[in-house]
Design a protein. Structure first.
Length: 394
């Protein structure tokens, strides 16, 4: 394992601070955090929270990914995932070229079924398989939608672009995810589907959430809710509205607006009681379980780790919950366990997340920072932790 100061988020914050010619006290003065906290993060004595990283990025006028080290190119190359990104990028550039006279595409019903299959693969965290098949599917769908325009085809193309966004985010290619969301808007407009457009606003809001631009994220959530106001109050529209409230809850948590967190969680809970578990509605996994999981996430975001762990211990995950959501929950739980001194339990949660979703866990910045924190908290690194740290490239 490399020396501890060589490759962690705190070390990258220190490097960027020095490039900006700021002392620790000068940077701390620009942050809603103390000089002591900044000092501990930079030297690796404690892991950086996502909110702290976003605040530093804003103060230094740089992208969050510079501080998190994403994409993790060396690991992606070793896993042969980086080579799958370029074809996705190229397929997104075909959107306005019209039909391809040299292409013979599958029938429309097969293409629509393939889109659903890829969404399911991403939720099952089969990123390699989905990334390999996605460019060809987008190419066929683009050709077919231009050749024989139909609402169902534009909807399917919008969903395929959404899958491109999901894969890009999970691998740390945020520039590509932004392009995919633009294409999703383009296709959703042609489908005249306000629910798809609202889902896209939800995803845009999470992009700004990661960058620390909470006000913009909140405005995008509001735009999404306004779009749903044009729709019938169907079960699908309610599920999307509920998910928008869940997105708003974590943005409010990161912004330190506890009353807004409680309001959005409560409203999402009321909608979930009407809708029930809706795992396949626009692939959002909305329902009572997701409301409970977002309560844990909000508590982690506000550093209420005791409360987060208490809530996490009371959650029983249903069998149909997607693997990606299970792994995310385990990563949140691991952070709460580490911060409350339950280091063995935190390591177990991370091992469980790796077993369920190895690619997602390996490239998740919160998982990597929690592993870093565990390394620094233990006097003698257990063999399992050493293997986890080596596995993520620390």
């Amino acid at each position: 394992m490399p020396p501890r100061d060589e490759d962690h988020t705190g070390a990258r914050i220190k490097e960027q601070r020095r490039l900006a010619r700021l002392t620790q006290r000068q940077l701390a003065a620009r942050l809603p955090y103390s000089y002591s906290y900044l000092n501990q993060v930079e030297c690796g004595a404690r892991p950086a929270t996502a909110a702290f990283v976003a605040a530093c990025a804003r103060a230094l006028s740089i992208d969050v990914t510079i501080l998190t080290g994403q994409p993790y190119v060396s690991e992606l190359q070793r896993d042969r995932l980086a080579e799958l990104v370029r074809p996705i990028r190229e397929s997104l550039d075909l959107y306005d070229l019209g039909p391809d006279p040299d292409l013979t595409a599958r029938p429309a019903h097969q293409l629509i079924a393939a889109v659903d299959r890829l969404c399911a693969e991403v939720r099952a965290t089969h990123l390699r398989s989905a990334a390999r098949d996605l460019p060809g599917l987008i190419t066929e769908l683009t050709h077919t939608a231009w050749s024989t325009p139909a609402t169902t085809l534009w909807q399917a193309l919008a969903s395929a672009y959404r899958t491109a966004h999901d894969i890009s985010v999970k691998l740390g290619y945020y520039d590509l995810s932004a392009v995919a969301l633009d294409r999703m808007a383009w296709a959703a407009d042609r489908a005249s589907d306000p629910r798809l457009s609202a889902v896209r606003q939800y995803m845009r809001a999470l992009v700004y959430f990661r960058e620390g631009e909470y006000r913009i994220g909140q405005r995008l959530i509001a735009v999404g809710q306004d779009l749903l106001g044009q729709d019938d109050p169907s079960r699908e529209a309610l599920a999307v509205a509920g998910q928008l409230h869940l997105g708003a809850s974590v943005i409010a948590a990161r912004a330190g607006e506890q009353s807004a967190v409680e309001q959005h969680i409560a409203e999402a809970g009321r909608i979930a009681q009407r809708v029930g578990e809706a795992p396949d509605v626009y692939w959002l996994s909305f329902g009572p379980t997701n409301v409970a999981l977002h309560q844990v996430s909000a508590a982690v975001e506000t550093c209420q780790y005791d409360e987060a762990l208490k809530q996490a211990r009371n959650i029983h995950l249903p069998p149909r919950l997607p693997t990606s959501r299970r792994a995310h929950f385990l990563i949140d739980r691991a952070r709460a366990e580490m911060e409350t001194g339950h280091t063995d339990a935190a390591l177990k949660s991370l091992v469980d997340a790796r077993r369920l979703a190895p690619e997602q866990t390996r490239y998740h910045p919160a998982a990597r920072d929690t592993i870093t924190g565990l390394v620094h908290q233990t006097r003698r690194t257990p063999e399992t932790l050493h293997h986890m740290a080596t596995w993520v490239g620390l």
